[in-house]
Design a binder for this molecule. Structure first.
Ligand SMILES: Cc1cc2nc3c(=O)[nH]c(=O)nc-3n(C[C@H](O)[C@H](O)[C@H](O)COP(=O)(O)O)c2cc1C
Ligand SMILES: [Fe+2]
Ligand SMILES: [Fe+2]
Length: 400
């Protein structure tokens, strides 16, 4: 049975959800599933905006067939060729052999690399700024390179002022019938997941996201349709403001995320003591994570949100405990900037963890290491409390 919804008079949502997939990109846990959006415009010409993942191909084809109601499909616009959106191009071409696939040069390069079917008669190559009239609706194509992949483009429908924004403004989390953000409790149900999606999936490309925002996000945009998550038709500035912050590597909130790597609990204890002391001084809303327990995507997301982080790690075989090492390298790879960081290290015979954490964090952009890193030998002892208090005081002063 089809499952579609109108987003405006002649534009339909024809996407669907996957609540069964364990991990997005086989990497990021999906406790609330994920949705794959696709939209169909009915005008003198018909145009399908992107396709969906293989997981929901059958529903997708039913949706498209239902909305077309016997009409032919004239255009399939490909804003992004990642397989979570492109798995159905071949099926669409088989069913609608006259369809023109609309994409840029790179789009077609990637389609050719991923798939093995003859679409040579279906190509409509466009460049940045080109337009395509469907009748009353006018599509304008704008390249948005590296707003996830190099071939990405945004499509702006000029009559109804709808931005089809590829992965931008997307989020993890399936839709629960309500496809508009204003029909959901976005702040509680989606925002954390939108941030986790942003930081981990597109976080690395802050500058490219900013370039794309500048190109398209004017006051006149009335609706934003991302490939994942709810459609925005009200209060667009809410999500655009979040994107301004996230892409500028600017913390949303003053606060501390404490992350530790500990095998036998001594580093864990030290980090708990630090958080306790900060709380007594008045620091609110702190987060503590065990690097071996929580998936790094959640830790990265909170580090994106808050202004301060404390990393506490044991030394492991003359190196850094690898959960901590990979977390720090991933933060560096994602281009995280502008955070204040405290370091806590431990070892039992030749401590290396502070040195290594310091090296990694110092090689990142605009990261400030606050105070003198605090070090313990195997476990923290009472006679170190004064030194710890000094560390906590310095850290606290940097938050105030
Ligand atoms: C497998 C393993 C390897 C370790 N390698 C080192 C090391 O190379 N240098 C060192 O000073 N301590 C090393 N340690 C000790 C830890 O860094 C740490 O001091 C100890 O595990 C106590 O802290 P915890 O209770 O937080 O785990 C190692 C511990 C383990 C279990
Ligand atoms: Fe993508
Ligand atoms: Fe995607």
């Amino acid at each position: 049975m089809h499952c579609v919804q109108k987003i405006s008079e002649n534009i339909y949502w024809v996407g669907g959800n996957d609540r069964r997939l364990e991990r997005f990109e086989n990497m990021f846990p999906l406790p609330n599933g994920v949705c794959y959006n696709s939209f169909l415009i009915l005008d003198e010409k018909t145009a399908l905006m992107d396709s969906v993942d293989t997981a929901i191909s059958r529903l997708f084809i039913e949706n498209v067939t239902h909305v077309l109601n016997g009409r032919d499909l004239d255009y399939l616009v490909i804003n992004h060729t990642e397989p979570d959106h492109c798995a159905n191009i071949e099926e669409i071409v088989k069913r609608y052999p006259n369809v023109k696939i609309v994409g840029n040069k790179k789009t077609f390069q990637f389609i050719g690399q991923f798939y093995d079917f003859d679409y040579s008669k279906n190509v409509l190559e466009v460049n940045d700024g080109d337009t395509l009239s469907l009748g009353k609706h006018n599509l304008k194509f704008m390249t948005a390179p590296m707003v996830h992949w190099p071939e990405v483009m945004f499509t702006y429908e000029e009559t109804e002022k709808i931005l089809f924004s590829a992965d931008a403004f997307g989020t993890f989390g399936a839709l629960a019938g309500n496809i508009f953000s204003d029909e959901t409790d976005y702040e509680h149900f989606y925002l954390e997941e939108a941030r986790r999606y942003y930081a981990n999936i597109v976080g690395k490309y802050g500058q490219q996201v900013r370039n794309a925002l500048k190109k398209v996000c004017s006051d006149e945009v009335k609706m934003i349709c991302s490939l994942h998550g709810p459609v925005w038709r009200e209060n667009l500035s809410y999500i655009i403001d979040k994107y301004e912050k996230w892409s500028g590597y600017e913390p949303e909130k003053s606060g501390v995320v404490l992350v530790y790597a500990s095998m036998y609990g001594n580093m864990e204890n030290t980090v708990n003591v630090i958080a306790n002391k900060l709380a007594i001084k008045g620091v609110k809303d702190m987060r503590i994570y065990d690097v071996s327990k929580t998936h790094p995507s959640y830790i990265i997301s909170d580090i994106w949100k808050y202004s301060h982080a404390i990393f506490g790690s044991v030394t492991y075989n003359m190196g850094l405990y690898y959960g901590m090492e990979s977390l720090l390298y991933e933060l560096k790879a994602l281009n995280l900037q502008n955070r204040k960081v405290g370091l806590v290290g431990s070892g039992t015979w030749a401590s290396q963890s502070v040195r290594i954490m310091n090296e990694i964090v110092s090689s990142m952009k605009n990261m400030e290491i606050v105070g003198t890193p605090f070090e313990i030998t195997s476990s923290m002892k009472q006679n170190q409390e004064e030194t710890l208090d000094k560390f906590v005081e310095e850290f606290y002063n940097s938050i105030k």
